[in-house]
Each structure stands twice: as structure tokens, then as C-alpha cells.
Design a protein around this ligand. Structure first.
Ligand code: ADP
Ligand code: ZN
Ligand code: ZN
Length: 764
């Protein structure tokens, strides 16, 4: 069987679509791999290109294909590594090679680089002194000033300093240059987005728990084990210090490190901690950098000017030639999953990149994702724990308030009696309060304010959402029912969707406490470039008594004077419209609770909820991760959700709904065919899955849908989804491959777009 190689000759982004096919000659079979740089005949020259894909399908007339001439020696260049990673991502997540390459390679910027010029003496010192004397004699003050300064400083002077501070005109510099007395040298520098930040001192000794974690990772490395570690450490246990110690050691080995941090947590304080320890060897990536700045960071990493890159998901593709360590902080964050094709998870890609490079991966969190904890329990990740806060501060005291009870007692305010009481107390004492308005969740969910009941799909246990036509719809299976007038559980008429914005909450709180100074932080108030940090700073300076905000306020900001955290709607995140509801809720509540009592006064947390008995709430109240995990994993097992089972969503979009509907129905048939063909060969396997025939007519893989997506139309493009669930992950990849093979030739799919999402992190 002949093998063909699809090759690109230029990896500047505009040309990615252009690939050329070549024959793989016999002597290269088995040696050639995706990503490698090769020599190829091109016209009547020989040029180099990168292998994007090896395939057994000829795309052109085979007789006209030319063979590859040979491998380029530096085949393990960083580009080769990243292209191979892109190929891996394409295979595992489903996308075009082009999309995968655009994810891993930066957009090449022709933007001009910043140029720096210096002036230095071009003659020996005695000659320079002689010339200086001559200038002084002739009263050539500017020339004399420049020569004197160069003699005194004994080093090159910055051109702009000479012209601006010494007030020497450039014509004067030019004159001296022409007479051969000074020379001007220009070189390009890269923009350093953190260059303006001060560099402080670093001195700190790790405590015993921290040291044990560092030792565990290091011992493995000494034994040649480059593992994946799940560092479960309570907030304030000093995880960042552990990261920095590991990074310092990796750098000592001559290797580099990537630190992934959710963009929202990539604050000035965080960057400063790394700068204090590693000075100029650190850079950052974030969406606020200009394209030119970002490209400069890429080059600095590639040239070896920095050893550490800090940034969100995309920083994972920093072109370090000798990567030794990847840290993923707050590893449970949903932002580590890409929402565009290829829909990769940074954790999985980090592990793959680390595997190829011989790097270790450290996943850190106070509330690990259920997925990672499951992997740790299976022994795939090594679990390392830090149970104590560095400064031995007690965890805050947590109370749960039942909002149904409040309603029964006639309190229809957004603040429960208990919360109001505690707020009054704190205002009196001059202590600060944070109010967290949980807004995560599906907009349309319908719940009962009397009993807390949320209307769910009888087939999927997912909250139904209200549509404009008044119906309630499930977005996993398409089930629908009319909107009820009274609560089906208790008959109350207080049934509705719940929605109160932060602005509304601010008004209500202000009405309750007219003298309190209130700051609000939400999407609206933080749109400006620095407003997010400005609000936090103002609150930190005690310019307000109460900070009201959404998710943003629960992320890792320490305010010593905050002694009360009120969680206004703990429930909404229970109903995020997918199987992550309880997990998100537990994480948010635990994080929010961690915000109170960071200073010397003990903190108090009030959780207001309609479902006080829900395990996500009770375990968060007790700060008991283990108990939460046990409940949650049993639930996932029972309903066949990840991580116990695996899920593939095929999302199809089109402008014409009828075309989309027909295509997705056809796709469903095709999927069934692929599964049947695969099942014939793996009957033993599907029996091992212990799947009852009634739920799983296709054996081993449950297929659900097609149904309209939760957001069924975006910008006039309709969206429909098909879900598949199985315990057998490779099988899902095989199904994806089967679908992909059919897409390009099949006229049924001509007018629709198909995307894949494995183990989705959010609803559709
Ligand atoms: P986490 O990332 O786990 O929330 P941090 O690394 O931010 O914790 O540490 C919390 C605080 O404790 C920081 O102010 C940090 O400087 C301090 N800290 C961490 N480790 C030590 C240590 N060994 N000795 C003294 N202070 C420490
Ligand atoms: Zn009810
Ligand atoms: Zn359903």
C-alpha cells in the first residue's frame, strides 16, 4: 500500500490551506512522521516543507506524484513538534488540519519590531580625550558633552537618552559619526509586556506540606518518570509557591515551563510574584496584548530569551524547544476547553505535549474537576494534597438559609432575614461584605419559589428551558411540554424563570442599606481595559462597604477586611443545562466561601438556596470535597455521563432549517450504520459494557437525537445536535473518523457544517 504525504511549504498562516501531495519513497517508510521537515522537488528546484498528514488516499493523479527527496536533519525542530501536536489534535478532536494548525501556530506578524539604537566611541580613549579637548577649545559644546559622557560612562549610551537628556541633536551625532569618532548601532528588541513592572526580592521557605509536594514530583523526575500530578490544595495553602519552586528547578536543568492560568486570574499580583522570583525570564500572553506583542512573545520563547510563559489556554503552544514542566492552575475551570474546532481540552493536550517532550504536568486546584479526581483515583494522575492554609487561618463558618422558608414567612426580598442581620452587623463594625450573585446557568430554567422544584426532562434529568413559544424543551433529547401554570410538585403559583441582574440587586441592597457604599462588578462595569482591576483596587482600599458581583468576584482575590460573603442564588448553577451543574455549584460555593475571613477576623458565609438539601450545597457548606465527589461520581455513573462514560456531541449548523433537519436525520442513520459495522467486530466488548439492550439498541453506544441545540439559532444559523455515550472512548473517535470520511463526498452534507465535541464542558 502506497503512502502519500501532504506537505505544506510555508507555515505563514495565509498559506496553510495550500498543501501538496508527494509519494513517500520506500526508504523513508517507517521513518517519516507527521510534523517532520522534508526536502521536496518543487518546479525545478528543491525546497523544504513540513509533513502535515500521512495518508493512503491519493488526492491527485498518482502517476504525476513525485517522491520526497529526503528528511531535513533538524526534524525535531519546535515547528515539527507543534505540527505533530496539531495532527494529534486533529485526529483526537476532529477538525480540519488547517484549523488545528491555526490553533498551535501563531499568526505571523510583519508588524515592525521595536528598534533600539546605541552610541559608542569608535576610537581609543586617548584619542577621544584629545578630540574632547579640541571641541572644548572650539566651543563645540554639544559635541563635547557627548564625548565627555561617553568617556565617563565607559559604555554605549542609549540614542534617545543622548538626544533627549543630553540635548545633543542627531545632526551632531551624525557629524561625529562621519568623522569616525563614534558609531551608532541599531538592533531590534522585542516588546516585553511586563517589562515595566518592578522586580522585587524573593525570599521564602516552603513549609513541610509544600516541600513534600515538590519532593514527590522531583523524585519521580530523578527516576525518569514524567508524570501528571493533581495537586489538591485548599485555597491559601501555597500552591503558587510550589509551582515556582518546581519551575526554578526545571530551569536549572536548562528546560522551560508553561503556566496556564484562567485569564481572569492573570492579575498584576500574580505576574509580580513570578517576576519577583524569575525577573526578565518571564513573559505573559493574554487577549489584551496586541497581535504584534503576542508574536514577539512567541519569538522570545523560541529564541530562548525567556524560560516561563504564563497565560490562558493558548499559552500551551508556546514554542519552547525544551519544555520541562506544564502547570495548569485552577484546573477545574471550564475555560480550559476550547469552544471552537478543534475543541480541545488544555489538560489533555498538555499531557500529550509533555509526553513527547519528557515534561511533567501539574494540575492544581482547591476543588479539582470530577474528571481529574476520577483519573487520580484510577491511578492515571498522582494525587498530591495540601490540607492546611499557610497562615493557619480558620476556614469561615458557613450557614445555609432556606429561601422557601423565607417566602413562607412573607419575606420576598432578595436578602434573607439572616443575611440582612449579619450585613447590618458588619456595616456597623466597619467591616466589608461581598455579595455573590450566581448567574451561571441556563437562562430559561423554570423553578418554584415555594418549594424549589425545578422542572426537568423525565428522560435526561436536565432542566428544561422555556422557549419563546411558551413551551419547555430538553436540549439533550428534544422532549417538550407546555409551560405549567402552577408548580407540578406543590401547586404554588410562584413559578417562574428566575432572573435578577446585578444592577437590580444593587438597587435593592441600596434600598435596604441607604448609607452603605456599594461597588458593582459585572460584565457591564468591567468592559474597559483596566476597570476590572480598578474596581478590585477601590474595594481593597475600602472605598466601598459592599461589593456585588458575578463569578468574577469569587476568583482568588484576597481582601483582609471582608468578613461576610453572601451567596444570593446558590441554585442557578445547578441548572447549567448539562451534567456539570452540581460540580459548578460546588466549585463556585467553595471558592466564594474561601473569600471570607482572609484577614485576622474570622469570616462568615451565608448560602441562600431553594434546595438546602442538595448534596452540592450541603457538601460545600461543610467544605467536604470527598463527600461531594462520592455523590457526584455515583450520579455520573448512574446517568452515564463523563468521566465514567464518554460523550461525543456532533453539532451541525446551517442557514436553512429544513436542509439541516434532513441532513441530521441522515447523519443519524449513518452513525447507526457505522456503529453496527463496528459492533459486529466487538460484541464481547459491548457485553463487557453491561449495557441493557433496551437503552442501547446499537450495542455499547447510546445515540440520542438529533434535537435542536439549547441555543437553537445564532445569527440566523440553526443548530442541531446528536449525542453519543459509551464507556469506550476510542470507539467514539472511530465513529468521528467514520463521519469525517463521509463528509467531503456526501452531497447530503454540502450545505451544513459539522463539528465534534468530546466530553463537552458546556451545554449546546
Ligand atoms: P494558593 O495558590 O494555594 O491559594 P498562595 O501560593 O497564593 O496559595 O499562597 C497564599 C499566601 O501565602 C501568599 O501570600 C503566599 O505568599 C503565602 N505563602 C505561601 N507559602 C508560604 C510559605 N512557605 N511561607 C510564608 N508564606 C507563604
Ligand atoms: Zn413548588
Ligand atoms: Zn431529555
Amino acid at each position: 500500500m502506497a503512502i502519500y504525504a501532504n506537505i505544506i511549504v510555508d507555515i505563514s498562516i495565509e498559506k496553510l490551506d495550500k498543501t501538496f501531495q508527494y509519494l513517500v519513497p520506500e526508504e523513508l517508510e517507517g521513518k517519516i512522521a507527521e510534523g517532520m521537515q522534508v526536502c521536496i522537488p518543487f518546479g525545478n528546484r528543491e525546497i523544504t516543507g513540513y509533513v502535515l498528514e500521512l495518508t493512503d488516499r491519493a488526492e491527485y493523479d498518482v502517476t504525476k506524484l513525485k517522491p520526497i527527496a529526503g528528511l531535513v536533519d533538524n526534524s525535531v525542530s519546535i515547528e515539527a513538534q507543534l505540527i505533530a501536536l496539531a495532527a494529534w489534535m486533529r485526529r483526537n478532536y476532529g477538525s480540519t488540519m488547517n484549523q488545528a494548525l491555526k490553533t498551535v501556530l501563531p499568526v505571523k506578524q510583519k508588524a515592525k519590531q521595536v528598534e533600539q539604537r546605541v552610541i559608542r566611541l569608535a576610537v581609543r580613549e586617548d584619542e577621544a580625550r584629545r578630540q574632547l579637548a579640541l571641541c572644548e577649545e572650539k566651543h563645540q559644546a554639544a559635541r563635547a558633552r557627548l564625548l565627555r559622557e561617553l568617556l565617563e560612562q565607559r559604555q554605549a549610551l542609549d540614542y534617545s537618552v543622548v538626544t533627549q537628556k543630553l540635548h545633543v541633536a542627531s545632526s551632531v551625532v551624525k557629524g561625529l559619526q562621519e568623522r569616525g569618532l563614534v558609531e551608532v548601532e541599531a538592533f531590534t528588541t522585542y516588546r516585553d509586556p511586563v517589562g515595566h513592572l518592578a522586580r522585587g526580592e524573593y525570599k521564602l521557605t516552603l513549609n513541610r506540606e509544600q516541600q513534600a509536594v515538590v519532593d514527590a514530583v522531583w523524585e519521580d523526575r530523578r527516576n525518569g518518570i514524567y508524570g501528571t500530578y493533581l495537586l489538591k490544595g485548599v485555597t491559601g495553602s501555597g500552591k503558587t509557591e510550589v509551582y515556582m519552586e518546581l519551575i526554578a528547578r526545571v530551569i536549572e536543568e536548562g528546560k522551560q515551563a508553561i503556566v496556564l492560568i484562567p485569564e481572569i486570574a492573570l492579575t498584576y499580583q500574580t505576574v509580580m510574584r513570578f517576576r519577583n522570583r524569575f525577573q526578565d525570564r518571564v513573559s505573559i500572553m493574554n487577549s489584551r496584548l496586541s497581535a504584534g506583542e503576542r508574536y514577539d512573545q512567541y519569538l522570545r520563547a523560541k529564541n530562548g530569551d525567556i524560560d516561563i510563559m504564563i497565560g490562558p489556554r493558548s499559552a500551551l503552544f508556546t514554542p519552547f524547544a525544551n519544555l520541562g514542566l506544564v502547570i495548569i492552575d485552577e484546573e477545574h475551570e471550564a475555560s480550559y476547553k476550547s469552544e471552537t474546532a478543534p475543541r480541545y481540552h488544555a489538560r489533555e493536550v498538555a499531557i500529550e505535549r509533555a509526553r513527547v517532550n519528557g515534561a511533567s504536568v501539574v494540575l492544581g486546584s482547591a476543588t479539582p474537576s470530577v474528571e481529574s479526581y476520577y483519573q487520580a483515583k484510577l491511578g492515571n494522575y498522582r494525587l498530591l494534597e495540601m490540607r492546611n492554609r499557610v497562615q493557619e487561618k480558620a476556614l469561615p463558618n458557613c450557614e445555609v438559609v432556606d429561601l422557601r422558608e423565607e417566602l413562607r414567612q412573607g419575606n420576598r426580598s432578595i436578602l434573607s432575614g439572616r443575611l440582612q442581620e449579619l450585613m447590618a452587623d458588619r456595616l456597623e463594625k466597619g467591616q466589608q461584605i461581598m455579595l455573590f450573585l450566581n448567574r451561571r446557568g441556563v437562562a430559561g430554567i423554570v423553578s418554584c419559589r415555594s418549594c424549589g422544584n425545578v422542572i426537568k426532562c423525565p428522560h435526561c434529568d436536565i432542566s428544561l428551558s422555556q422557549h419563546n413559544n411558551g413551551k419547555l424543551i430538553c436540549h439533550y433529547c428534544g422532549y417538550e411540554e407546555p409551560m405549567p401554570r402552577v408548580c407540578p410538585a406543590c401547586g404554588s403559583k410562584y413559578i417562574s424563570g428566575y432572573r435578577a441582574g446585578t444592577q437590580k440587586v444593587e438597587q435593592m441592597v441600596q434600598a435596604c442599606f441607604p448609607k452603605a457604599r456599594i461597588l458593582r462588578m459585572d460584565y457591564d462595569t468591567t468592559r474597559g481595559k483596566d476597570s476590572y482591576e480598578n474596581i478590585l483596587q477601590a474595594f481593597g482600599n475600602r472605598e466601598a462597604d459592599i461589593l456585588i458581583g458575578t463569578q468574577m468576584i469569587v476568583k482568588g482575590h484576597d481582601f483582609a477586611n471582608v468578613t461576610l460573603m453572601g451567596i444570593l442564588a446558590a441554585d442557578t448553577s445547578l441548572h447549567v443545562g448539562d451534567y456539570h451543574g452540581a460540580e459548578r455549584t460546588f466549585q463556585l460555593l467553595t471558592q466564594a466561601a474561601g473569600r471570607a475571613g482572609r484577614g485576622d477576623c474570622p469570616g462568615e458565609v451565608v448560602i441562600q438556596t431553594y434546595s438546602p438539601e442538595h448534596y452540592a450545597i450541603t457538601t460545600a457548606k461543610d467544605q467536604d470535597y470527598e463527600a461531594f465527589y462520592e455523590e457526584e461520581i455515583a450520579y455520573r455513573q448512574m446517568l452515564r455521563y463523563p468521566p465514567v462514560w464518554n460523550m461525543l456531541v456532533v453539532m451541525c449548523t446551517a442557514e436553512d432549517y429544513e436542509v439541516l433537519k434532513r441532513a441530521t436525520e441522515y447523519l443519524r442513520e449513518q452513525i447507526d450504520t457505522i456503529i453496527r459495522a463496528g459492533a459486529a467486530g466487538s460484541e464481547e466488548k459491548s457485553r463487557a459494557d453491561a449495557v441493557g439492550p433496551e437503552q442501547n439498541p446499537t450495542g455499547g453506544v447510546a445515540v440520542i437525537g438529533p434535537a435542536d441545540a439549547a441555543i437553537s439559532k445564532v445569527n440566523d444559523v440553526y443548530r442541531r445536535v446528536i449525542y453519543m455515550k459509551t464507556s469506550d472512548y476510542p470507539r467514539l473517535i472511530a465513529i468521528k473518523d467514520g463521519i469525517e470520511r463521509g463528509i467531503s463526498q456526501n452531497p447530503n452534507y454540502r450545505d451544513i457544517n459539522i463539528q465534534f465535541d468530546f466530553n463537552p464542558m458546556s451545554g449546546f
